[in-house]
Design a protein. Structure first.
Length: 285
């Protein structure tokens, strides 16, 4: 890898490298040689050549190096997407090979911590600090859907409530906090970095995630028993999350929490949890 702060220095570095290779009878694989120009905002144009004849080297917007996908603006959104894709594959494999639905929640969460979380903690001080909202969201969905699958809840089910009842927190919070711990363990000798400062050295700690604060007021605040039996667990949580609410609510617009405008299509009274109606066949939860 050749790094330079400007185009002239980089071309000089490439020439020196070519010279070294010639002297030592080494051949460079041109097709595998890429150029990446990093910068904030608009990326300047520049062409670079390697050896004689053969034209400009290919410029790329992303490059995977030591398991980290770099982008020209160091946003690491691509990195998150790439890790998410691998994590989803591994989660599918866990659900296929292990009887997760018959395990207790603690074990299911520990399996995630053991087999999935390390994919995210790898190099996290570098990539997890200044993620876009998009990337944070994509990250959180991976763990959220892992939980939803265990509880047989649909993809739109209310998140904060599930964090609350399972006593867990968003994946991004966990990754950020773990990365803070990782950094404070590194002790640099004075002047070791020649005046440079690590971008991730002085990051702020995230406020502790409070699921209860973000949970809709209509969700019960007491802890709910989580059965190891898939059937009972599914029934309890689909009731709790009112998965069938849309069937009896007069509000047609999609919603995941109860509001004052939720009315029963049968009796037109305001819908509350455990609403009992003239028609007993209706599951009003
Ligand atoms: Zn409603
Ligand atoms: Zn009713």
């Amino acid at each position: 890898m050749i790094i330079a702060e400007n185009a002239v220095d980089l071309q000089r570095g490439i020439n020196d490298f070519q010279h070294y290779c010639n002297e030592n009878s080494l051949k460079v694989n041109r097709s595998k040689t890429k150029v990446m120009i990093f910068g904030k905002g608009r990326i300047p144009e520049a062409e670079f050549t390697l050896g004689e004849g053969g034209g400009a080297l290919e410029k790329v917007k992303y490059f995977k190096y030591l398991g980290l996908t770099f982008s020209v603006q160091m946003a690491f959104t691509e990195h998150v997407f790439e890790v998410n894709a691998r994590a989803r594959q591994r989660i599918a494999y866990l659900y296929w090979r292990l009887p997760l639905h018959e395990m207790n929640l603690e074990l299911v969460v520990n399996l995630f911590i053991t087999y999935i979380l390390p994919m995210y903690t790898y190099c996290s001080p570098i990539w997890s600090v200044k993620l876009s909202d998009n990337a944070v969201e994509a990250l959180n969905v991976v763990f959220m859907n892992y939980l939803r699958r265990y509880f047989c809840l649909p993809k739109h089910s209310h998140r904060a409530a599930l964090y609350y009842y399972t006593n867990t927190r968003p994946l991004h919070d966990a990754v950020r906090n773990l990365s803070m711990n990782a950094i404070t363990k590194i002790a640099f000798p004075p002047d070791a970095l020649e005046g440079y400062q690590l971008s991730f050295a002085n990051q702020e700690e995230l406020p502790r995630y409070n699921a209860e604060e973000e949970m809709s007021p209509d969700y019960p605040r007491e802890r709910v028993f989580i059965s190891r039996n898939k059937f009972y667990r599914k029934r309890t949580f689909r009731d709790l999350f009112m998965i069938n609410h849309y069937k009896v609510c007069t509000t047609v617009k999609f919603h995941t929490t109860l509001s004052d405008s939720c009315r029963c299509i049968m009796c037109n009274s305001q819908l509350k949890r455990g609403h009992e109606c003239c028609d007993k066949d209706y599951n009003t939860q």
